[in-house]
Design a protein around this ligand. Structure first.
Ligand code: AMP
Length: 382
C-alpha cells in the first residue's frame, strides 16, 4: 500500500517518522533524518487538512531518560526546514486541543509510553488505539523500525487505513536490487564481530551469492574449525557447528583472509603482518593484510552486485583501519553496483568520509528484509 494510493484530501494524516537523531549539547548534530522526512510531509500537506507526526528517540527506561530524549528540538528544526509552524505537543498536553489549533503537530517521543509497562515497544492495544484516534489515515515512513512491532508503527495500522511513505518505499526499491534478482556475479562481503548474529543472513544470502567474503572477526571461527591457529583472535564457539556445515556445503563460494595484522592486545597498538597460518598463540588478528585486499580487489572487479555488511577489521583503531578503508575505496569505484546495509558499515563509511548512493538507513530492518523476512511495518497488498 503506497502513499500515492491514499486519498488524503481534507484528512488528518498521521505520519510515523524516524526522528531518532543524535543530540549533543542541546543541539541536533545530524539532521539527515529530519531532511529525509520532508518529501512525504510536503506531499501530504498538498492535500491533507492536518499532519500529525510521531516518532521515537533513544530508549526510555527511567524518568531521567525523558529529559535527554525529548523531540522538542526536532520540532524547531523541522519548522525551519518546512518554513512553516510545527506545533510541539508535550506528553501531558491535551492533544485534541493542540490538533484543533494547529496544522502541523509533532507529538512527543512515543517511547515515553514505555515508562508505563513498555506500552509502545510491546505494541499495547490501548495505546495503538489512542495514537490512531489522532487522525483518519496512517502513513509509516520510518524504515529503521519496520522490523519492530510497536504501537506507533504497527499497532496503529490495525485501526486506520495504512500506507507506506516515500522513504520506506525508496529503501525497499533499493534493497530489492539485492534481495530479488541481483545482477551476477553477485558478491557479499560480511564482516563484523560475531557469527551468531548473522547465521540466518548467511544461510539466506549464500543461496544467491556467487562469492561470500567472510572477513572481520567472523572469519576466525571459520579458520579455527579448519585447525588453523588463530591465537587470541575472536571466535564464536557456539557457531562452530554452523560454520562447519556452511563451509562443507559452499566451500567454493566462501573466501577467507590470506593474511592479517595482529596485535598482542585489543588496543590501538603495535601491529605485525602475518600469513594466516602463522598467527602465534599470544596474538590476535585485528585487520586484514595486503594480500587479502588484493584478493578482494580481483573478486570485486568482476562483480555486478556487491552487498557490503560489516567492517573487515577493528576500524575504530587507527592502526587497524587499513583493510576497511582500502575496501571502501575500492567499493567507491563501483558505487552504482554497491549496496550497504546494517550495523557498523554505516559508522565505517562516516568515519572515512566516503559517501555511497545505495546505503540503507535501517540497520536491523535492512538485514531482515534482505533475508526475506516479512517486516510488520511494511504494508503489502492493494
Ligand atoms: P557488526 O556490528 O556485527 O557489524 O560488528 C562490527 C564490529 O566488529 C566493529 O566494532 C569492529 O571493530 C568489529 N571487528 C571487526 N573485525 C574484528 C576483528 N578482527 N576482531 C574483533 N572485532 C572485529
Amino acid at each position: 500500500m503506497k502513499i500515492q494510493d491514499a486519498n488524503l484530501s481534507g484528512k488528518t494524516v498521521i505520519i510515523r517518522c524516524d526522528y531518532n537523531v543524535p543530540i549533543n549539547d542541546n543541539k541536533i548534530s545530524d539532521d539527515t533524518r529530519i531532511k529525509a522526512s520532508l518529501k512525504t510531509i510536503n506531499y501530504v500537506l498538498e492535500s491533507a487538512n492536518k499532519v500529525i507526526l510521531l516518532s521515537h528517540m533513544g530508549r526510555i527506561k527511567t524518568k531521567e531518560d525523558t529529559k535527554k530524549y525529548s523531540l522538542r528540538l526536532v520540532s524547531e528544526r523541522l519548522s525551519e526546514l518546512l518554513n512553516k509552524k510545527v506545533a510541539f505537543c508535550n506528553y501531558d498536553d491535551d492533544i485534541n486541543k493542540v490538533i484543533d489549533e494547529n496544522k502541523i503537530i509533532l507529538f512527543e517521543n512515543t517511547r515515553f509510553f514505555d515508562l508505563d509497562n513498555k506500552k509502545e515497544s510491546n505494541c499495547d492495544l490501548e495505546l495503538s488505539k489512542y495514537f490512531a484516534s489522532f487522525g483518519d489515515i496512517f502513513i509509516n515512513d520510518a524504515f529503521g523500525t519496520c522490523h519492530r512491532k510497536n504501537a506507533s508503527n504497527v499497532g496503529i495500522s490495525k485501526f486506520l487505513p495504512s500506507y507506506n511513505g516515500f522513504l520506506v518505499m525508496d529503501e525497499i526499491n533499493m534493497l530489492n536490487n539485492v534481495k530479488n534478482d541481483p545482477k551476477k556475479p553477485y558478491i557479499v562481503i560480511m564482516g563484523g564481530a560475531k557469527v551468531s548474529d548473522k547465521i540466518s543472513l548467511i544461510e539466506n544470502i549464500i543461496k544467491k551469492a556467487d562469492k561470500l567474503i567472510i572477513s572481520g572477526g567472523m572469519a576466525f571461527s571459520f579458520l579455527k574449525i579448519q585447525n588453523i591457529n588463530v591465537g587470541k583472535s575472536i571466535v564464536d564457539p557456539d557457531s562452530f557447528d554452523f560454520c562447519r556445515e556452511i563451509l562443507s556445503k559452499h566451500v567454493d563460494k566462501i573466501v577467507l583472509p590470506l593474511d592479517v595484522y595482529v596485535s598482542k592486545k585489543f588496543e590501538n597498538g603495535e601491529k605485525t603482518l602475518r600469513n594466516i597460518t602463522d598467527i602465534n598463540d599470544d596474538e590476535m588478528a585485528l585487520d586484514v593484510g595486503e594480500k587479502t585486499i588484493d584478493l578482494y580487489k580481483n573478486i570485486i572487479n568482476d562483480a555486478n552486485t556487491i552487498f557490503f555488511n560489516g567492517p573487515v577489521g577493528v576500524f575504530e583503531f587507527e592502526n587497524f583501519s587499513y583493510g576497511t578503508k582500502e575496501l571502501l575505496k575500492m567499493l567507491k569505484e563501483k558505487e552504482d553496483k554497491v549496496y550497504i546495509g546494517g550495523g557498523d558499515s554505516l559508522s565505517a563509511i562516516k568515519k572515512f568520509n566516503i559517501s555511497f548512493k545505495n546505503v540503507s538507513t535501517g540497520g536491523g530492518a535492512s538485514l531482515e528484509y534482505i533475508e526475506g523476512n516479512k517486516l510488520p511495518g511494511i504494508f503489502e497488498g492493494e
